[in-house]
Each structure stands twice: as structure tokens, then as C-alpha cells.
Design a protein around this ligand. Structure first.
Ligand code: ADP
Ligand code: MG
Length: 257
């Protein structure tokens, strides 16, 4: 379970999160809907451990363990993953090598072994073999409808908005997080791309019982990923929680009512 209790966080001297409380069980889908600038992306980034924000109060617990003092890398290893609203381009880093590093990191963490130790272990050596990985990723990349040749490009460099989101989804599939934050997954996506990425999220959720926190402006994405709970987020906290009908209400009346 992911538990966020009375979370307050600042950017420089401004308080942006003003007491967020949220509980997500494995396999659940929570939609967080709110106006621009209300702090939704900040919430996702604070949970991922972004160093620009200072937590001043509250707790973030993953399976009962407070993770506030952990680094972003440790949080990822323990099962959190954030799909950014605006994924970064990483020049000079080959996409296939990047994915291979993610895959390898996941295996080493699970086995609790260093790369050196893993190379001496026959089973692990096979699992982290670059040749095997190349085959695996080339089989997998069509699932997110990206051409194989993208693997030879730099991470997200020159990718369109939709392609960047697909690249993030591919990373999510390799990491198999326990909980994923999808920050405006629908922004910059056409309907076909939206369907593809939502299908991948649903497939992984069904396979691994991943919990999903979907941050969105528009209820449209909720047609593809059905939420168990919908939260109305404004002014740095959750103001109201309901089911799908709350999303419909927001669609009809806007955020101000
Ligand atoms: P949302 O995702 O709900 O649109 P954000 O979390 O991106 O909102 O932003 C909430 C508020 O915090 C905004 O007023 C924004 O300008 C401010 N803020 C968040 N992060 C930063 C940052 N890194 N630098 C400057 N202002 C920030
Ligand atoms: Mg945002």
C-alpha cells in the first residue's frame, strides 16, 4: 500500500502542497483531477523524491515504510515510478543502453547482487546478457508502437510528445513498479497513441496488480483507464473524493463549482 499522510511541501519559500492525504492499494486506480497550477505535478515529484522541493510535514509510506529520507533511485528500486508530464531529453545516452541499464538494475536489485557478482552467476549472467536483452526489447518495442530504430537514438531526443510518453511507458514495463504516477499521460497524445499507452498500463496492472495514480485535466483518459476513485485536487490538497461520477461532474461544471 502507498500511504500519503498530511503531506506539506515547499518550493523555495512557497508552500505548494498543503496537507495531502491519500491511500492507494495495489491494483487500484486513483484519478487526481485539478486545475492548472494547483500542485498536482509537485505532488508526483515530491513523492518521487525531486530535490527541488522541501517536505515540511507529513509522511510518505510504501508498504508501511517511511520513504521520505530515501533518494529517488532508492524509491524507484522499492517500486515507485513516475511518468513525467514533460519527459526530459537525454543527449548522448543511447535509448537501448538506457533501457538495458534499467533492466539490469532491476535484476541486480532483486537478486541483491553487484554486477561483478552477477557476472559470476550463470543464471544471472544469462538474465543480464546484452544480446538477450536486445532480442527482448526488439520484441517488446512494437507493443508501444515505436519503430525498432528508435532504440538507436538518444533518450527522448527529438521524440514527439507522444513518442516521449511511449518511451516512458516502455521504461515502466521494464521496471514493473508497484505504484506508478502518470502525470498528464494524455497531454500531447493523439487518440491512437492514447489508446496504446493506456492499453499498456492496463496490461501491466492486470499482470502485476500495480497501483495507478493518474493525474489529469480531462476526463477523457478515464474512458481508457477506469478509476476506482476520483479526487478533486485544488490549492495544494485533495478537496473531495468520489467515484467516476465526480469526474463527470467536473467535466460538466468545471473546477470552480
Ligand atoms: P499542476 O501540475 O497542478 O498544474 P504544479 O505542481 O506544476 O501544478 O505547480 C504548482 C505551483 O507551484 C505553480 O504555481 C507553480 O508555478 C509552482 N511550482 C512548482 N514547481 C515549481 C518550480 N520548480 N519552480 C517554480 N515554481 C514551481
Ligand atoms: Mg502538472
Amino acid at each position: 500500500m502507498l500511504t500519503i499522510k498530511n503531506l506539506h511541501a515547499n518550493f523555495e519559500d512557497t508552500e505548494i502542497l498543503k496537507g495531502v492525504t491519500l491511500e492507494v492499494q495495489p491494483g487500484e486506480v486513483h484519478a487526481i483531477m485539478g486545475p492548472n497550477g494547483s500542485g498536482k505535478s509537485t505532488l508526483a515529484k515530491v513523492i518521487a523524491g525531486h530535490p527541488s522541493y522541501q517536505v515540511t510535514e507529513g509522511k510518505i509510506e510504501l508498504e508501511g515504510k517511511n520513504i521520505l529520507s530515501e533518494t529517488p533511485e532508492e524509491r524507484v528500486q522499492q517500486g515507485l515510478f513516475l511518468v513525467f508530464q514533460q519527459p526530459r531529453e537525454i543527449s548522448g545516452v543511447n535509448f537501448r543502453h538506457f533501457l538495458q541499464t534499467i533492466h539490469q538494475g532491476k535484476i541486480l536489485h532483486k537478486a541483491d547482487k553487484s554486477l561483478q557478482e552477477a557476472r559470476k552467476d550463470k543464471m544471472l549472467r544469462k538474465q543480464i546478457s546484452p544480446v538477450k536483452f536486445r532480442k527482448k526489447i526488439e520484441e517488446k518495442i512494437p507493443d508501444v508502437s515505436l519503430p525498432k530504430k528508435f532504440l538507436e537514438r538518444n533518450v527522448n531526443e527529438g521524440f514527439s510528445g507522444g513518442e516521449k510518453k511511449k518511451s516512458e511507458i516502455l521504461q515502466m514495463e521494464l521496471l514493473q513498479p508497484k505504484f506508478v504516477f502518470l502525470d498528464e499521460l494524455d497531454s500531447g497524445l493523439d487518440v491512437d497513441a492514447l489508446k496504446v499507452v493506456c492499453e499498456r498500463v492496463n496490461a501491466l496492472k492486470n499482470e502485476t496488480n500495480m497501483g495507478v495514480i493518474l493525474i489529469t485535466h480531462y476526463p477523457r483518459i478515464l474512458e481508457y483507464i477506469t478509476p476506482d476513485k476520483v479526487h478533486l485536487f485544488s490549492e495544494g490538497k485533495i478537496q473531495k473524493t468520489g467515484d467516476f461520477t465526480l469526474a463527470q461532474e467536473i467535466e460538466e461544471k468545471g473546477y470552480s463549482s
